[in-house]
Design a protein around this ligand. Structure first.
Ligand code: HEM
Length: 139
């Protein structure tokens, strides 16, 4: 008796963004695989991210918006990083950027890699300032 392959259950959150931008989905997957394995920044991800599929979708959408100027990203990166400011250090940003630099160079075309790298550097400046320069004791 031939039975058709079982259908997967309907996905509550299909990820059109990952289908539309498979190169960025692969980049984000590879990058966060490395970030999670990293001795310095890995523990931060381990302690904060509980829903990895969601995180990878959100980050693919974020980079699609950054690189291609469209998409469905609706997150709040500054608030998200401020909320974990006590776990972040400037050295972590250097490590994050070094991993991003290496992974984009490996996985993306040279033109896209260059664009993604310069974007990340500029965003990191903003995030760092928001985390380490803003708000003194008692806010
Ligand atoms: C010290 C370096 C960094 C660490 C350890 C880090 C860690 C994290 C973690 C754990 C989250 C998940 C937050 C949550 O689920 O509540 C997150 C979110 C995010 N990160 Fe970072 N991050 C770093 C730097 C950066 C940089 C440089 C960028 C961009 C260039 C970036 C972009 C984002 C974005 C877009 C989100 C999603 C925010 C949202 O939509 O809620 N991160 N990060």
């Amino acid at each position: 008796m031939t039975k058709s392959a079982p259908h997967p259950p309907p996905m509550p959150g299909p990820s059109p963004v990952q289908d539309r931008h498979p190169d960025l989905a692969r980049l984000v997957d590879t990058f966060y695989g490395r970030a999670r394995d990293d001795a310095l920044i890995g523990p931060v991800f381990a302690s904060v991210v509980t829903d990895w599929p969601h995180h990878l979708r959100a980050l693919t959408a974020f980079w699609a918006a950054q690189l291609r100027g469209r998409g469905t990203y609706r997150g709040q990166p500054i608030a998200a990083h401020r909320a974990m400011a006590d776990r972040l250090s400037p050295e972590m940003f250097d490590r994050w950027l070094a991993l991003w630099q290496a992974t984009t160079a490996e996985v993306m075309s040279p033109a896209d890699a260059a664009a993604l790298q310069s974007r990340a550097v500029r965003i990191a400046v903003v995030l760092r300032a928001a985390i380490f320069d803003a708000g003194g004791p008692g806010e």
